[in-house]
Design a protein around this ligand. Structure first.
Ligand SMILES: [Zn+2]
Length: 382
C-alpha cells in the first residue's frame, strides 16, 4: 500500500491472525495475540461508489484499532474479484510506521479459511519501497477568453495523473478526454462565451489534491472572480446529476442550465459537500463548485485497480457526457448569475451542519484546514 514502510531485504516474518472485519469486537477477541502479528482484515467486495466511501471510512477506524493493538502490520483481503490488485493508501499517510498490504482476494480468502480451520500461519513480507523528497509537477491550463466579462472564470477540470497499476482509463483519462473535447468543440464552433472558460487538467490529485491546491494558491487573487468550477472524476458512467456542495442557488442554476440537454437526463442535483477530488480547495476557498455525479457502471470494481483499462470505458456514453459538460459550462459562461464566495464563517457552518469534517479526516486532508494553511483565511475579506 502507498505509505507502507519498507522491510529489510530479508523481510519481516510474523504470525498471520484472523481479525475478522477489523471491528472493536474482533480486536477484543484477538487480545494480546494481535501484538506483533500481521492481522488479516476481511472486506466486502467493492461494487459501487458508496462502497468505496465506506471502504475509506472503515479503513481509517480499522487502522487506528490495529495501531493501538500494536500489530506488525495490516493485511487487507482484496475487495476486488479474484486476483485483481489495486491501490489503497494507508490512512495516516506518511505518518505510518508499519508494513501494510492488500492481498489478492482468492489467496487471502484461502488464508482466512485455513486460519478459521485452526491452521496456524506465518507471513513473511518483503517490501521494497523508496521514499524521496518533494518534486515539481504541473497542471495543464488553457482558456477561451470571455468576450463580455473576461475576468469572470468558469472552470472545467479533470485530473491528469493516475495510479499506475492499470491505465487509469476510468480514473481519470476518460474525463481528461472530455475536458479536451469540450474545449475543442467550443473552439471549432467559433463560440465566444461572455465569461472566460478555463480548462484545467490537474496533476497530483492522487497525492492529496495537490494540483488544485496549488492552483487555488497561485490564483488566489482571481478566486473572487471564479464563478463556478466543475470537476469530472467518476469514469464513463452516465452523468446523473451534480454535487452542488451545500448551495441551494447553485442547484437552481444547474437545473436551469441543464435544460438544453434535458433529453440526456434526468439529472438530480445533490446539495451536499463531497471530498475526494479537485473541487476540494475551491470548496475550502468558498468558490461555488460542482462535481459530476455519474452512474458507477464499471467505476467501483476497477477503481485504482490493474483492471482500470480503456476497454471498461463506454465511449458513446463518454461523448454524451461531454455534451452535458459542454452545455453546462457554456451555460454558466453565458449566464449573468454571480455566486458570492462563501466566508470562512459560512464554510465552518457547512462543516457543522454536514459530514464535511468527517470526510476531510477520512481523506487525510483535515490538517491543512485546521492549521490555517489550506482554505479561506480566518481574517481578510468578509
Ligand atoms: Zn480520480
Amino acid at each position: 500500500m502507498p505509505f507502507s514502510t519498507a522491510t529489510p531485504a530479508s523481510g519481516v516474518t510474523a504470525p498471520l491472525v484472523d481479525a475478522g472485519m477489523g471491528t472493536e469486537d474482533d480486536f477484543a477477541r484477538l487480545g494480546a495475540s494481535a501484538r506483533g502479528a500481521f492481522v488479516l482484515v476481511d472486506q466486502p467486495p467493492l461494487v459501487d461508489v458508496d462502497g468505496l466511501f465506506k471502504e475509506y471510512v472503515e479503513a481509517a477506524a480499522i487502522e487506528a484499532r490495529a495501531a493501538s493493538a500494536g500489530v506488525a502490520g495490516v493485511v487487507y483481503v482484496g475487495s476486488r474479484p479474484r486476483d485483481i490488485l489495486y491501490r489503497h493508501n494507508v490512512t495516516v499517510g506518511n505518518k505510518n510506521t508499519r508494513p501494510m498490504l492488500v492481498m489478492e482476494r482468492d489467496g487471502a480468502m484461502r488464508a482466512q479459511r485455513l486460519l478459521r480451520a485452526g491452521v496456524p500461519l506465518t507471513l513473511t513480507e518483503t517490501i521494497d519501497v523508496q521514499t524521496g523528497g518533494s518534486y515539481e509537477s504541473y497542471n495543464v491550463v488553457g482558456e477561451i477568453r470571455g468576450s463580455a466579462r473576461p475576468d469572470e472564470v468558469v472552470l472545467l477540470g479533470a485530473h491528469l495523473d493516475s495510479w499506475d497499476l492499470g491505465d487509469g482509463a476510468l480514473d481519470n483519462g476518460a474525463n481528461v478526454a472530455l475536458v479536451l473535447d469540450v474545449a475543442r468543440q467550443i473552439k471549432r464552433l467559433g463560440l465566444r462565451p461572455a465569461r472566460t472558460i478555463r480548462f484545467v487538467l490537474w496533476n497530483g490529485e492522487e497525492q492529496g489534491l495537490v494540483g488544485s491546491m496549488g492552483y487555488a494558491k497561485s490564483h488566489a487573487a482571481e478566486l473572487d472572480k471564479h464563478v463556478v468550477t466543475n470537476t469530472f472524476d467518476i469514469g464513463c458512467g452516465r452523468v446523473i446529476g451534480f454535487f452542488t456542495g451545500g448551495r441551494p442557488e447553485l442547484v437552481r442554476a444547474t437545473d436551469r442550465l441543464l435544460a438544453p440537454v434535458a433529453g440526456l437526463g434526468p439529472f438530480t442535483q445533490l446539495d451536499v459537500p463531497i471530498v475526494g477530488t479537485d473541487n476540494f480547495d475551491f470548496m475550502l476557498e468558498g468558490v461555488a463548485n460542482l462535481v459530476a455525479n455519474q452512474a458507477p457502471a464499471e467505476y467501483g470494481p476497477n477503481y485504482h485497480a490493474r483492471s482500470d483499462t480503456f476497454d471498461k470505458c463506454d465511449t458513446t456514453q463518454l461523448r454524451l457526457n461531454a455534451v452535458i459538460a459542454a452545455a453546462l459550462t457554456y451555460g454558466f459562461a453565458q449566464d449573468a448569475t454571480p455566486f458570492a464566495r462563501s466566508t470562512r464563517a459560512q464554510i465552518e457552518e457547512l462543516m457543522r451542519t454536514t459530514d464535511l469534517e468527517q470526510q476531510m479526516k477520512t481523506f487525510n486532508v483535515w490538517e491543512g484546514w485546521a492549521a490555517g494553511t489550506r482554505g479561506r483565511a480566518r481574517t481578510g475579506s468578509p
